[in-house]
Design a protein around this ligand. Structure first.
Ligand code: MN
Length: 370
């Protein structure tokens, strides 16, 4: 179906979070994102979210400020007033006016999927071939700055979460390893344990400490070494019983090709924002599976808008290891009328048309950056 875009708005919101969250590269005190609305001449509105961890440029190069400028000055002018047959044509047009800028492009791309779903009167997952599950397991993530991780973990295990993730990088690698080992020793064996160094360790440190992480009961080690060091990731994969996961190392289709050509990880974190949208994330998931690697639905601490986009795709993927779509539980408020629900440690897949969420303009007015 052809739509003509009448206008695109991009608003920065600063959302409250339940506690400061230290990840390897920065400490988040709130989560900022860019809420995008794409309006068509036919009267449909698509929602999107441009989101990076913490809102600043530390993790992905883009920030909420750069996302808004890229949309307002470059992506929106390239799309407004042009009849478009769907998501693919719009993605191609965005590529002609901006290289990279995946987080900004993903915000518009998911809004176009929302419009496509509304126009066909089905949820986005139906357009992707249909969902394979009604809910997705969500882990809980303990920031590197939390002094007493065990009591926080226990409350989430009691709430039904089965996977726990430790952000590292707040201390020396050895101290981080001791902190994780001490906490894991107090948890039951059936908890799946993930550690994430956000690329802060070097290879020799990782080689030295991986056996200790394995002994401690860690199951998955995410991005121990810098994102460019694919060869080191390959050497760390299979070194111990700990599965390795690539996150920052896979930011594009060609990255996915590089990591799977000679398999250099056991798992790839598939994130809609970092990859530039739902379509690119679906393609990366396919490349990942083509080499026998597993997919994990990565989150960027989205509101229910971006979380739904991630969940729409994740619900269609086979063999999902799990997800860190923790936005709905980390954020203490939302921008939609009916926030996505996490129950018994699992995110329910929204079943409404498109993304299945509607903006709450009062919330937007309250949280919009003035
Ligand atoms: Mn990560």
């Amino acid at each position: 179906m052809t739509h003509t875009i009448r206008g695109i708005t991009a608003r920065i919101v600063d959302m409250p979070i339940r506690r400061p969250h230290r990840i390897g590269v920065s400490t988040m005190r709130c989560q900022s994102s860019v809420i995008v609305q794409v309006l068509t001449e036919e009267g449909l509105t698509g929602l999107g979210e441009g989101v990076v961890p913490g809102g600043g440029p530390q993790w992905g190069g883009e920030s909420v400020d750069s996302i808004k400028v890229t949309i307002d000055r470059h992506l929106a002018p390239a799309l407004v007033g042009v009849p478009l047959h769907g998501v693919n044509q719009a993605v191609a047009r965005m590529r002609t006016v901006a290289a990279g800028n995946h987080f900004a492009k993903a915000a518009i791309e998911m809004a176009l999927w929302d419009i496509a779903g509304k126009s066909a009167d089905v949820p986005i997952h139906e357009l992707l071939g249909g969902r394979q599950r009604d809910a997705i397991d969500v882990l809980w993530s303990v920031g590197a700055g939390v002094d007493d991780p065990v009591s926080e973990l226990v409350s989430f295990i009691e709430a039904g979460h089965r996977t726990m993730k430790f952000m590292m990088g707040g201390r020396s690698p050895a101290a981080d390893t001791r902190r994780v080992a001490e906490a894991v020793s107090q948890l039951s064996d059936d908890v799946l344990v993930v550690v994430d160094a956000s690329g802060k360790w070097d290879e020799s440190t990782a080689r030295r400490l991986l056996p200790a992480l394995a002994d401690a009961g860690v199951d998955i080690a995410e991005q121990l070494v810098p994102e460019w060091n694919i060869e080191a990731m390959g050497r760390l994969t299979g070194l111990t019983s700990v599965w390795t996961m690539a996150d920052e190392s896979v930011r594009s289709l060609s990255d996915a090709h590089r990591i799977t050509r000679k398999p250099s990880a056991d798992i790839v974190a598939v994130k809609v924002p970092k990859l530039g949208g739902i379509s690119a994330a679906r393609d990366v998931a396919a490349i990942t599976r083509s080499a026998g690697l597993r997919c994990y639905a990565g989150g960027t601490m989205e509101t229910s808008v971006g979380t739904s986009a991630a969940a729409q795709l994740a619900s269609t993927l086979p063999d999902l290891v799990g997800s860190d779509l923790i936005g709905p539980i980390m954020l203490t408020d939302d921008v939609v009328t009916e926030p996505l629900a996490v129950r018994d440690g699992a995110l329910r897949i929204p079943l409404g048309v498109g993304l299945g969420v509607e903006l709450d303009e009062d919330k937007i007015r309250h949280y919009v950056r003035k």
